[in-house]
Write a new protein. Structure first.
Lengths: 514, 330
């Protein structure tokens, strides 16, 4: 505003950006507008496309379609460095600076003040000190950056970016590892920079912080733009609805087939089960032939609950029972032994063994369960692989293909096959439809219903509320790493879930750390 | 397009054939074999016999590397176990000597496995400890001397023959078959490959990844012990300073030439042994050629580079190279 920029003028304009990874549309026709001097929150669940959008705009990923303009001028950066040259700086959650160099060296890396080919250390320190003073930071700039807190490192990264004449500053989850006081300092700096006419994109999943700092909010879901709103006129419930679900009217009709069966036997139960600093103790009953959904925002403790239930994480309190008998779940092996299966959210890092074939990936859990001494013969392996490739329609239908070469949806089916081959009693699915194209998406939801009809007990996590209500008999809603409510029968609908997630408690409890 | 060719091993087979052909050129008698006192002699037998220690080491090393680990201590373990065998040879029977030496190898393997699997140390650092300390331990056992022995049983292990073949070769073959039977006959092979390919995913699938990792280091230690005993039996003595010196590098090289990635996952026992043979064929050829042995290292480096290039996924194997050549010609 001070520097003659019209505050209403758009500084960064993104129009019709699309980006696909294989068959998966990570971004489809996304628009985004950042005005000078505004703090603009970019929101969405995991996989909504926030990071992809940032990476496409800053040239880390090439884009498939669309244009990016900065102050009306079209740019097409090929790398983060080129984007910086065009005036777009990005500071990631994991600060990309060198902790072993001094603060001053980090600030002036690549552009140290030189004289006769020698770095002018004192001059550099003086300038570094002055630069940081602008940000209200008075520290010893000669000390290694790694000696300082994450907050200071963030401010250093921001100072460096701004000093490199950035006009657009993208902050990706900057507050995730800061405490309340540090967040205040950071917000002060953000306001100051916005006052200078810099446009700031703020990516965060802390909604209270978004409401505190941002002027405008853009929401993405499944790679599409849901909408852009002014923060002040957007109620929290409406925001969460934008992030998680479609309009209520559309979804209620889909939930017809669920909920008309008799009470079934309990498959596994958890009493006062929890782990300090991970998930607050919870009670959970999982019955045969029933789907229980876990709903909540990112970081609310959904995945944590799933890992405790399966045995991937050890509980420090409470009692787990399988078919009524007390059990100890110390490791995934214990879970597998008791007939549990777990398809994790991160398919690539925690699920598939990319280099091994479809067949080997499918028989892996069954073989681990049988133990070393009872190897499945090659004929048995072939038989199992063929059966599941056919049953789940895995494509290409070649059991000898390395699983890493399959699409995301087919990899997900291979993981399902891996667990189905063990004839489990309980299957835990963490975001089973994430990053999967539409066709496979519907198929996996159909499979979930079928499995459940066969008497399997399912615990399913999904960020898609309209999806979760279509297959869940009961939905457990989580907030701030605690189970806050269980909805059953007629109460399972998107509106109720949203209301619980957005309940007032969330505002205060989200403060402080993640 | 690769349907007619074996999926794996083509590069290694080609390399061995080329090296054998070169050996035939530098030494016309290379393929000559003669039977004397019921035992075969000739350069080819020499290659097999001399290649035994590295072949044995590579059998253990390939499993360790398949779990995404590495064992730098095998040379030192050879020295320890050779020293133990030599010290006991003249006072105890062969079963006791073997049990003591192999037992020591097993303990060494357990130690490495404990550091890596239980304490979670990086394999290269964890096994470096024993690599350094092991030679010291071996010197303590031999009290700094070269311990010689004359026990005919142990000497036979290094110099005897069975069905015309040197005993070490028969032992190595036996170990290859035994390891293959254990690894591929049980589910161990699949679970090791899964652990090396993606330890986190395997763990979540219920694979006991720690047990896998521990067991491969133990087996590596046992293989190294056997190699150490054979090396000692061969020279009828134990030299704590030089036994197995730098052989860990040859073993790693053999595994890599055999197509097993240092990033773990898929492995092949047979091709690892093939790798050991390739190395030894080169060594023997250079000795026979009369060039100074200094050339050995250079030639080795060039051949290794060639084999690795042939396997490189960027060149997508032999077929890829052929396709590229054709394209550049066109």
């Amino acid at each position: 505003m001070q520097n003659s920029l019209d505050p209403a003028a758009s500084l960064l304009e993104v129009r019709g950006i699309s980006k696909s990874f294989g068959a998966v549309h990570a971004l489809q026709q996304v628009d985004f507008t950042l005005r000078a001097g505004e703090i603009h929150a970019l929101l969405g669940e995991n996989g909504a496309g926030k990071s992809t959008l940032i990476k496409v705009v800053t040239g880390v990923f090439p884009r498939d379609a669309g244009i990016v303009r900065i102050s009306g001028e079209e740019i097409a950066p090929r790398s983060a460095k080129a984007a910086l040259g065009a005036g777009i700086a990005t500071v990631y959650q994991e600060v990309n600076l060198l902790p072993n160099l001094s603060v001053a060296q980090n600030l002036f890396l690549d552009r140290q003040p030189m004289r006769f080919g020698i770095v002018r250390e004192r001059e550099m320190r003086r300038r570094a000190k002055a630069l940081l003073a602008d940000f209200g930071l008075d520290i010893d700039v000669a000390a290694p950056l790694g000696n300082y807190s994450v907050a200071v490192q963030h401010v250093t990264a921001i100072a460096r970016a701004v000093d490199l004449s950035a006009r657009v500053l993208i902050l990706d989850e900057p507050t995730a590892s800061l405490d309340r006081h540090e967040v205040e300092i950071l917000f002060g700096i953000m306001r100051q920079l916005a006052g200078r006419g810099i446009g700031i994109v703020f990516v965060s999943h802390f909604l209270d912080q978004v409401y505190e700092i941002s002027d405008r909010i853009t929401v993405l879901r499944n790679g599409r733009l849901v909408g852009e709103r002014e923060t002040a006129s957007l109620p929290r419930l409406e925001l969460i609805r934008m992030m998680l679900g479609r309009e209520l009217a559309e979804t209620t009709s889909e939930r017809a087939s669920v909920g008309e069966h008799t009470v079934r036997d309990v498959c596994a139960s958890y009493e006062g089960y929890g782990k300090a600093g991970y998930v607050a103790p919870f009670n959970l009953e999982l019955r045969h032939g029933e789907v229980v959904g876990l709903a909540g925002l990112l970081g609310s403790g959904r995945t944590e609950t799933a890992r405790l239930v399966f045995g991937a994480e050890r509980a420090d309190c409470g009692q787990a029972r399988v078919e009524g008998a007390p059990v100890r779940l110390q490791s995934p092996r214990d879970g597998v032994r008791h007939g549990f299966g777990y398809c994790p959210e991160e398919r690539k890092t925690d699920g598939i063994v990319a280099e091994l074939t479809v067949r080997e990936n499918i028989v892996l859990a069954l073989q681990a369960k049988r133990g070393l001494h009872r190897p499945l013969s090659r004929r048995e392996q072939d038989e199992i692989a063929r059966r599941y490739v056919k049953m789940l329609d895995i494509r290409p239908a070649d059991p000898e293909r390395p699983v890493g070469l399959l699409s995301g949806g087919n990899q997900q089916k291979v993981l399902l096959a891996r667990w189905l081959a063990t004839s489990p009693r309980l299957l835990v699915l963490d975001e089973p439809t994430r990053g999967i194209d539409v066709g496979a998406h519907a198929e996996i939801i159909r499979l979930i219903r079928e499995l459940c009809d066969d008497g399997l007990s399912l615990l399913v996590i999904s960020s898609e509320l309209d999806e979760i209500v279509t297959y869940s008999d009961r939905v457990v809603v989580l907030r701030d790493r605690a189970h806050v409510e269980e909805l059953a029968g007629e109460a399972v609908d998107v509106g109720n879930i949203l209301a619980v997630i957005a309940a007032d408690g969330a505002v205060t409890a989200h403060e402080g750390r993640a | 397009m690769t349907a007619l060719l074996p999926r794996r091993g083509l590069a290694q087979i080609l390399a061995l054939i080329v090296i054998l052909a070169v050996d035939r050129v530098v030494s016309p008698q290379f393929f000559d074999l003669r039977l004397q006192d019921g035992r075969l002699f000739g350069s080819l037998i020499d290659v097999l016999n001399r290649g035994t220690p590295v072949a044995l080491l590579s059998l253990g090393m390939v499993l360790v590397i398949a779990t995404r680990g590495i064992d730098l201590s095998v040379g030192a373990v050879m020295a320890i176990c050779g020293a133990i065998a030599a010290s006991l040879a003249d006072s105890h029977g062969l079963p006791v000597v073997l049990a003591a030496a192999l037992g020591a190898g097993l303990v060494c393997g357990l130690w490495n496995g404990f550091l890596v699997a239980v304490l979670g140390m990086q394999p290269i650092v964890a096994t470096l400890i024993l690599m350094v300390a092991g030679r010291g331990i071996a010197q303590l056992i031999t009290e700094g001397r070269i311990v010689t022995f004359s026990s005919p049983d142990l000497v036979w292990l290094g110099n005897g023959s069975v069905l015309g073949l040197p005993v070490p070769v028969v032992i190595a073959l036996g170990m290859l078959i035994l390891t293959g039977a254990v690894v591929r006959g049980s589910a161990l092979g699949l679970l090791i490959e899964a652990t090396g390919g993606n330890a986190r995913a395997s763990e979540l699938a219920g694979v006991g990844t720690r047990a896998m990792i521990l067991s491969v280091y133990v087996w590596c230690g046992v293989c190294a012990a056997l190699a150490g005993v054979i090396a000692a039996a061969d020279i009828m003595g134990a030299d704590a300073n030089n036994a197995g010196l730098w052989l860990e590098l040859d073993a790693i090289l053999a595994v890599v030439i055999g197509g097993t990635s240092l990033f773990g996952g898929r492995f092949s026992l047979v091709l690892a042994v093939f790798g050991a043979l390739i190395i030894q064929t080169m060594n023997t050829g250079i000795l026979l050629s009369g060039y100074p042995p200094e050339f050995n290292l250079l030639v080795k480096a060039v051949v290794v580079l060639a084999v690795l290039l042939l396997q490189s996924p960027k060149l997508s194997g032999v077929a890829g190279i052929a396709a590229r050549l054709r394209r550049t010609k066109a």
